[in-house]
Every structure is written in C-alpha cells, then in structure tokens.
Design a protein around this ligand. Structure first.
Ligand code: NAP
Ligand code: ZN
Length: 349
C-alpha cells in the first residue's frame, strides 16, 4: 500500500478536509493514474453528507477523474505510461452476470463497486478522485481522445456526460424528436449539448430565469420556465422523451403531462427525499412511462467520449482549488455554477 494525499469528509456533518488514504501498488492488470482534474458531481455532495444513508467514512468523493498514467501492471495492453486516461463512476463489477456480459456493468447483479463509497452491496470502502492518484483495473479505465488542453472540461463527461448520453441513446433520441431536459445543472447542460448533437429538437425546462440565454447558447431550441404554468401548458402532450436531472424532491406530474402518447420520462436526478406520489392519470391517459437510468457501462462511456470528441463537446466549467470544495458545495445547492466545478488537483499539496 502507498499513502496518498486526499480530501474528504470524516462524518456527515464535518466539512471536507485534508486526509491521507492508502492506494494499492498496481497489480498486473492495473493502471496507476496521477489525477490532474476531478469534476464535482451533486452525487459527491449527497454522499459526503450521507444524504442517501449509505456513506462509509472517511468519504473521499470524486468520480469525474482525468489524469496521466504513471505506472502499468505487466498484463496491461491498452495503456502506456504518459497516456491520458479517465475514470468514471465505478471501478469493478462481477464480470460474468447477464448485465456485465451486456456491457452494462452499472447494473451488475453481484456487486458493482463505486469509484467511491465501496461496493454497492457492502464491503471495503473505496476512495474517489479528490486525491492525487488512483489505481484501477485496466478494463475500467477510459481512453481520452480530446486534446490535452481540453482535459479539465473533459472530466465532467465521465459522469455528467455518460449519465445523459446513455438514456438519450437508449430511448433513440435523434432527428425529428422533441426532447425535454429538466434542470440546467452539471448533468442537464451536458444533456442539452448531447441531445442537440444527436439531432433532436431540445426544450430546456428550468426554474432559473437567468439561465434562458445560456440554455439557447448550449443548444436548446426553446426554453420553458417550469414554474410558469402558462408556459408549461404550451408543451402539454408535445414531447417524445424527457430526461429529468433535478436533484431535489419535486412534483413529477407537471412533466409527465408534457409527454406524447406512449412516451417516457427517465429520472436521473437522485434526491435524498422521495418525490411526492404521482397522479396515476398522468400515466394512464396517454399510456406514458416513467423510468430511471444509472450512469452507463464502460463500453458506452468510451463511445460517449469518442462521440463528444467528434462533435467537439466538452463541459462548461469553473476551475477551483481543492480547499474551495466546501464553498463549492454551498454554491451547487444554490444552483450557482456554470455548469460544473472542476478541481485542479495540483492545488492539493
Ligand atoms: P446540479 O448541478 O446541482 O443540477 C441540478 C439542477 O436541478 C439545478 O441546476 C437546477 O436547475 C435543478 N433544480 C434544483 N433544485 C430544484 C427544484 N427544487 N426544482 C426544480 N429544479 C431544481 O446537480 P447534478 O450534478 O447535475 O446532479 C443532478 C442529480 O443527478 C443529483 O441528484 C445527482 O446525485 C444525480 N446523479 C444521478 C446519476 C445517475 O446515474 N442517475 C449520475 C450522476 C448524478 P435549474 O436551475 O435549471 O432549475
Ligand atoms: Zn456523478
């Protein structure tokens, strides 16, 4: 084991602070990465503060990791020392269940291991990207084909990018489809960009009047202020698909009623408190569907990174130093970030 500098929470109520963690020496199939930048996802905040009631402490969040390979095990074939590399939301899975065989490791039936907060079904803790380095099995490491100067804005693709790409692809978004993205935060702004690049007509639903111009610049064709009932009424029965990224409890019916017959709203936002119960008629009358989606598999994450490189898509970011993280969390809660904080890991010394 090697001691590595990190930043994390020691309890649900303590601010994040400097600490030291152990990382393994690379096994034959491992890649060791010096972390250069790490995006700040709202899930980091949910976890650091134990909002999902499953946090193991100390908690070192961060699952939008980009950096440079510093060592490889002797069975590694896809990476060499000096390469750029990325790590997303998980670092292991069983490898043999139905989901893993279908390259959907995030739905592993035997144990998906998060990049932080350990295996989904209990077990030893894992530590994320708010740290100087990480060691990950080669098969869970992503190749980055963007240019090196884009690296900080590529980091958020590893979670925000794939979490939107995967449902947009699954529900066949493309030309001729009117797609709603609910919430213009880290996830939502990537949703607007990716759905637009897929050829869809994107309608952004936001609670923030000051985001209208940004929404249009990012690729939305229309922006609707979701708290304005008159504006919402205009979209009744109009949308082919909706992705809802909102991080807080809210009433879902207002959005369900915007769907055409047989269409789906997929939830990716994961608030700590349950949404209020839905009116059954919001689903029955137009045979609508309500679904959920969790990040995306490794193969699909690589496909997303390559899609984004081809379409010149990166995240809109604000670079911060590691010791700004507690303030950054407060600003995320006020929707005061355009549109993702990314930590410059050189600032952790
Ligand atoms: P974020 O940057 O904080 O964005 C959330 C957006 O939701 C805000 O910018 C805001 O957009 C909107 N919002 C917040 N409170 C609202 C309210 N009360 N009513 C309506 N809209 C509200 O968060 P994020 O990093 O994008 O993450 C979003 C959620 O997805 C989090 O819960 C996170 O844990 C979850 N997540 C899920 C997955 C997955 O695999 N399913 C992956 C990553 C993250 P407007 O200002 O535009 O209204
Ligand atoms: Zn995330």
């Amino acid at each position: 084991m090697v001691k590595v500098k990190a930043f994390g929470a020691k309890s649900a109520s303590s601010p994040l602070s400097a600490l030291e963690i152990d990382r393994r020496v690379p096994n034959p199939e491992d890649v060791q990465i010096e972390i250069l930048y790490c995006g700040v996802c709202h899930s980091d905040l949910h976890t650091a503060r134990n909002e999902w009631k499953n946090t193991q402490y100390p908690s070192v969040p961060g699952h939008e990791i980009v950096g440079r390979v510093t060592a490889i095990g002797n069975k590694v074939t896809k990476f060499k020392v000096g390469d750029l590399a990325g790590v997303g939301c998980f670092v292991d899975s069983c490898g043999h269940c139905g989901s893993c065989k279908e390259h959907e490791e995030q739905y592993c039936e035997n144990g998906w291991t998060g990049t932080y907060n350990g295996p989904a079904f209990g077990g030893e803790n894992t530590y994320g990207g708010y740290s100087k380095s990480i060691v990950v099995k080669e098969s869970f490491v992503l190749k980055i084909s963007h240019s090196e100067k884009e690296l900080p804005s590529v980091a958020p693709l590893l979670c925000a990018g794939i979490t939107l790409y995967s449902p947009l692809k699954k529900w066949k978004v493309g030309s001729g489809k009117k797609v709603g993205i609910v919430g213009l935060g880290g996830l939502g702004h990537m949703g607007v960009k990716i759905a637009n690049a897929m050829g869809a007509h994107v309608v952004l639903f936001t609670t923030s009047k000051n985001k209208i111009q940004d929404g249009l610049k990012l690729g939305a064709k229309e922006v609707c202020i979701s708290t304005d009932e008159t504006q919402m009424a205009k979209y009744q029965n109009q949308l082919d698909f909706i992705v809802n990224t909102v991080a807080s409890r809210h009433k879902l019916d207002a959005y369900l009623n915007l769907l055409k017959k047989d269409s789906t709203m997929t939830l990716v936002g994961a608030p700590a408190d349950p949404h209020p119960s839905i009116e059954v008629f919001s689903l029955i009358f137009k045979r609508r569907h309500l679904a959920g989606s969790l990040v995306g598999g490794i193969k699909e994450t690589q496909e997303m990174l390559d899609f984004c490189a081809k379409h010149k898509l990166v995240s809109d970011i604000e670079i911060i130093k590691m010791d700004y993280i507690n303030e950054a969390y407060e600003r995320i809660l006020k929707s005061d970030v355009k549109y993702r904080f990314v930590i410059d890991m050189l600032s952790l010394s």
